[in-house]
Design a protein around this ligand. Structure first.
Ligand SMILES: [Zn+2]
Length: 392
């Protein structure tokens, strides 16, 4: 093991930021769509304008990247002062980031914590999530009744919806809320080993009602990417606040007027998109949103900085990259270029929701093996660098 560590001495932990700046110059700019969308329908079987964006987003073929670990941000070889003086033949180092075989082309896992001691404390501490804990964020739009044709790639049939729910239960998945996700991402706080975030975009009281019996049966929650616009009818507010009173809805922001972020969108417009939903959701639902679901999946550096300033702790795109884990977010080039992994979290599409769960199980199982194999190295690193002198 020591020899292995020596070999890996230069390959360290969090290289996210430098990695991004060095490897990924320029965003693909793949997402270009109309700025304000007609996606305000409140009926159950509605056409989702994300369709175009979704297709463009997946059709892109990013340059394949090296599968080696990101360049280290800090060279810990000479790095942190030695801790408690434990005796080692060599200076401990952290192994490379977990890179499963199932990773899609052009997608790489990105670490977002730059303090390895804090990371290890949360990895190895008590009452934390077990290694290999995955979260599968899935975005839902329309769910179509049996007699209605499907003519877009964001709708699913009732039959597929039911199959998804059954598969999720069979595989032992359960839902978490956005707050639980944030606590997991920040502190590795304990969540179910197979977790999902079911996110329903736009304003869909009918689809929300379809979810309710499952939520009650399974003791699950549904996260809403809610459009907070003035144009929302009173009857819709009534239905939604009734449903929210069950405690099963986790209401988050999907903008105010569902404006797609683009260069020509004014700062004032972005401000409205980000700040008005906080005001409206607090007033209507009594909770403050901490996630912003980017309308159309569009984001840029300016909007991300403003969203962070507004207090949003996570953001979701429409890029399907894979399940997420603690300090481990699979990202493609456009998201990596933002250097803010938590604000551009991936989401699977409802049309492949069953496969998403199966993929997540594979990643979780592979990750368990990986983390089990490196646990000694992680503990050695922690003892060597992270414990204050004379602490034991
Ligand atoms: Zn939307």
């Amino acid at each position: 093991m020591k020899q292995y560590l020596r070999v890996l001495l230069q390959k360290l932990f969090v290289g996210t930021l430098l990695f991004i700046s060095v490897v990924l110059l320029g965003c693909s700019g793949a997402i270009n769509d109309s700025s304000v969308t007609p996606d305000m329908s409140e009926v159950q079987v509605d056409f989702a304008p994300e369709l175009t964006v979704v297709e463009i987003a997946t059709a892109e073929q990013p340059t394949p990247q090296s599968t080696t670990a990101p360049t280290p941000l800090t060279n810990y070889t000479n790095g942190p002062p030695q801790g408690n003086g434990a005796h080692y033949d060599s200076v401990p180092s952290l192994p490379e980031i977990f890179f499963p075989d199932s990773m899609k082309p052009g997608v790489s896992p990105v670490a977002y914590l730059n303090n390895p001691c804090q990371y290890l404390e949360n990895r190895l501490g008590e009452e934390k999530s077990t290694p290999g804990t995955v979260v599968v964020p899935i975005m839902f739009h329309s769910i179509v009744q049996p007699d209605r044709p499907i003519n877009d790639t964001t709708s699913i049939t009732i039959a597929y919806f039911e199959k998804f729910m059954e598969t999720a239960a069979e595989l032992g998945f359960s839902t978490i809320t956005t707050q639980e996700l944030v606590d997991f991402l920040d502190h590795n706080q304990a969540i179910p080993e197979r977790s999902m975030l079911l996110i329903l975009d736009d304003r869909r009281p009918g689809v929300t009602e379809l979810f309710m019996p499952y939520l009650e049966d399974m003791d699950w929650t549904l996260t809403l990417g809610w459009i907070a616009a003035d144009s929302t009818r009173d009857s819709v507010w009534e239905t939604m606040t009734d449903l929210a009173s069950t405690g099963r809805l986790d209401v988050q922001s999907h903008g105010y007027n569902h404006i797609y972020i683009q260069d020509y969108i004014s700062t004032a417009q972005i401000e409205e998109e980000l700040y008005k939903p906080i005001e409206v959701i607090e007033a209507r639902f009594g909770t403050r949103p901490i996630a912003h679901v980017w309308p159309g999946g569009n984001f840029d550096e300016r909007a991300i900085a403003m969203a962070t300033e507004a207090g949003y702790q996570v953001g979701f795109t429409v890029y399907s990259r894979g399940p997420i884990m603690y300090n481990w977010i699979p990202l493609g080039e456009p998201e990596m270029a933002m250097a803010a992994p938590l604000m551009v979290l991936p989401r699977f599409w409802s049309t492949v929701a069953v496969q998403a769960l199966e993929e997540a199980v594979m990643v979780s199982e592979a990750a368990k093996k990986f983390y089990s194999a490196i646990e000694t190295a992680e503990r050695e690193y922690y003892l060597y660098y992270c414990l204050p002198e004379g602490s034991h």
